[in-house]
Design a protein around this ligand. Structure first.
Ligand code: 1SD
Ligand code: ZN
Length: 243
């Protein structure tokens, strides 16, 4: 298995969408990055990732106006991530996707400047060092986010339960109960191969508290599943309230 680190070129330009008083941008470790494969360095010290997810911690799905999120109970170490580049134990709090608009390319990270149609982010916070996500998000080594690229191809059975829930959260702000979903089913079969680097949240507060772990292997979803995702609106009923 190969593991690679410090592979990327940081995004030095500030996205105009995020300029504002609550945002602390302008650091030199802003995400997302372009992963430049030939500049990535193999590190034999990096270990395999250990995910231990309990589907019973799955609670709800909601449309926050940027993305749709599936949220997990993170009051105890029940769904956790360890190993890989991490020294501590991290708790899963949510996962979400970044998609383009219809027929567009929507991944945040790029691979040798290539975009993918979508990208999954599984967000975890350091429960060895911090007691709440809100605390960890502001601190060094606070978060660990797994990124997975999505391509259009074969139907993804695991994703279908999520797709079936999307009509209930079609508009910004809607939240519904969503339970017993195992996020491990969205990971590629090989999680030993990944790129890792120290970066930031890609949305406000853009804090540089994230150890990114981007999977080398992508997952596939069908065209029909993607079409359902494009029906999710990032504005409220009636009037546009997006960014
Ligand atoms: O974009 C997400 C944002 O929606 C929120 O989930 C945040 C964590 O609270 O994480 C960012 S990201 O950096 O994982 N894209
Ligand atoms: Zn994200």
């Amino acid at each position: 298995c190969s593991k690679v680190q410090e592979a990327g070129e940081y995004n030095t330009k500030m996205h105009p969408m995020w300029q504002g008083p609550l945002v602390v941008p302008g650091g030199d470790r802003q995400s997302p990055i372009d992963i430049v494969v030939r500049k990535s360095v193999f590190d034999s010290e990096l270990k395999p990732l250990l995910t231990n997810y309990d589907p019973r911690t799955c609670q709800q799905i909601w449309n926050n106006g940027y993305s749709f999120l599936v949220e997990y109970d993170d009051t105890a170490d029940k769904s956790t991530l360890e190993g890989g580049p991490l020294q501590d134990k991290f708790r899963l709090c949510q996962f979400h996707f970044h998609w383009g608009e219809s027929n567009a390319w929507g991944s945040e990270h790029t691979l040798d400047r290539r975009l993918f149609p979508a990208e999954l982010h599984l967000v975890h916070w350091n429960s060895n060092k911090y007691s709440l996500f809100e605390e960890a998000v502001m601190e060094e080594n606070g978060l660990a986010v797994i990124g997975v690229f999505l391509k259009v191809g074969k139907r993804h059975e695991g994703l279908q339960k999520l797709v079936d829930a999307l009509p209930a959260i079609r508009h910004k702000g809607s939240v519904v109960e969503f339970t017993k979903f195992d996020p491990a089913c969205l990971l590629p079969t090989n999680t030993d191969d990944y790129w890792t680097y120290h970066g930031s949240l890609t949305t406000p507060p853009l804090t540089e508290s994230v150890t990114w772990i981007v999977m080398k292997q992508h997952i596939e979803v069908s065209h029909d599943q993607v079409c359902e995702v494009y029906e999710v609106k990032y504005f409220s009923h009636g009037c546009y309230q997006g960014f």
